[in-house]
Write a protein that binds this ligand. Structure first.
Ligand SMILES: [Zn+2]
Length: 344
């Protein structure tokens, strides 16, 4: 079990970066992986603060999360031999920093600039060009520094997407239980409860989670971090990724580079909750209240694309037993489910 040793969430927490870095024993060198925008919003502050403490700090800007980006960062780590790698940014930058540092066996610190998905704290990451269209295990961050002051400045859509990624855990955990009951798959009560509790917290506090509300954003960030930790405890993405994520990954294949991860999984959660005979209307209404998409139209997709993704979802990860493995859907069923839940 690999868990973060320091988790700092709150206003102006970025200022504590050198204190945390030193406490973890990194006093000589660091590499910052950021995007050009996230370097401006947070990366350069991290660099300045670390340099003040006389650390040798190098920066590498990346704009995507492809195999090539990972190879570039790995090469940089090999040459510079930093004691620690910082991933400063939203999903892609953190993913690249996480995978490349893991491969070079260097610890990694996560500095999220958005709260768009649970990758900010999880041990897994998704890289374009890997053989699998879903996330793979890399390493858990040794520390997470989530400055609400920085994250508040990101467009609100990132946060609603993050909320949807957390709500997705209600079907993910249900699928995990199902796999345990029907296939005797390992099921960790503690990891499952942690993921489920995060989803409940976000659902119960949906009214609080709105633009300009630091309190609401904090609830979301803590929920995302708990989800990440639940994956570390489980040793897999099981507590956080079930049939709704398979649907989301299928949409990535049906229409690449379109929409946000959490948004797609949120819509998937509505339909998978229906298949699980759960209260899917509550899922939909909560997503609506948060301002997250609940229909094909709001996702900017055609009806046919939703149906195609539902059909494709079962083939994405055959070894992951979910409700989609139990109820084998044909095209007609897929269309029916999407219609009943008013996704199309
Ligand atoms: Zn997710």
């Amino acid at each position: 079990m690999q868990l973060p040793r320091e988790v700092i969430v709150g206003n102006a927490t970025l200022e504590r970066v050198s204190e945390i870095t030193q406490r973890l024993g990194f006093s000589r060198s660091a590499l910052i992986v950021a995007g050009s925008k996230t370097y401006e919003t947070a990366g350069k502050t991290v660099k300045a603060l670390l340099e003040k403490e006389r650390l040798e700090v190098n920066t590498l800007l990346v704009e995507s999360a492809t195999i090539k980006d990972v190879a570039n960062v790995q090469e940089k780590i090999r040459v510079l031999k930093p004691q620690v790698v910082f991933g400063v940014g939203g999903g892609t930058k953190i993913d690249v920093a996480k995978v490349s540092s893991a491969r070079q066996e260097v610890p990694f610190i996560s500095v999220p600039t958005t709260a768009s998905h649970d990758g900010i704290a999880s041990p897994s990451s998704s890289i374009k060009g890997f053989e699998k269209p879903y996330s793979v295990m890399a390493q858990a961050p040794i520390a997470i520094i989530a400055d609400t002051n920085v994250i508040m400045r990101a467009p609100w859509r990132f946060a609603t997407s993050g909320c949807a990624d957390v709500i997705a855990k209600i079907t993910a955990v249900k699928d995990w239980r199902l796999a345990h009951e029907e296939k005797r798959e390992y099921y960790g009560e503690y990891a499952a409860s942690l993921a489920l509790m995060s989803a409940k917290l976000v659902m119960e506090n949906a009214e609080l989670i709105k633009p300009e509300s630091e309190e609401g954003l904090r609830i979301l960030i803590e929920a995302l971090i708990s989800c990440g930790v639940s994956m570390s405890i489980a040793g897999s993405s099981r507590p956080c990724s079930g049939s709704e994520h398979l649907f989301g990954h299928a949409l990535d294949l049906v229409k690449p580079n379109h929409g946000m991860h959490g948004e797609k999984c949120g819509v998937g959660t509505i339909m998978m909750a229906y298949l699980h005979k759960m209260n899917w209307r509550r899922v939909r209404d909560t997503l609506k209240m948060l301002g997250a998409p609940t229909t094909a139209k709001e996702l900017g997709l055609k009806k046919g694309e939703i149906i195609k993704a539902l059909e494709l979802a079962t083939t994405i990860r055959p070894e992951r037993y979910t409700i989609l493995s139990k109820i084998k859907l044909n095209r007609e069923n897929c269309e029916k489910i999407a219609r009943i839940t008013e996704v199309i």
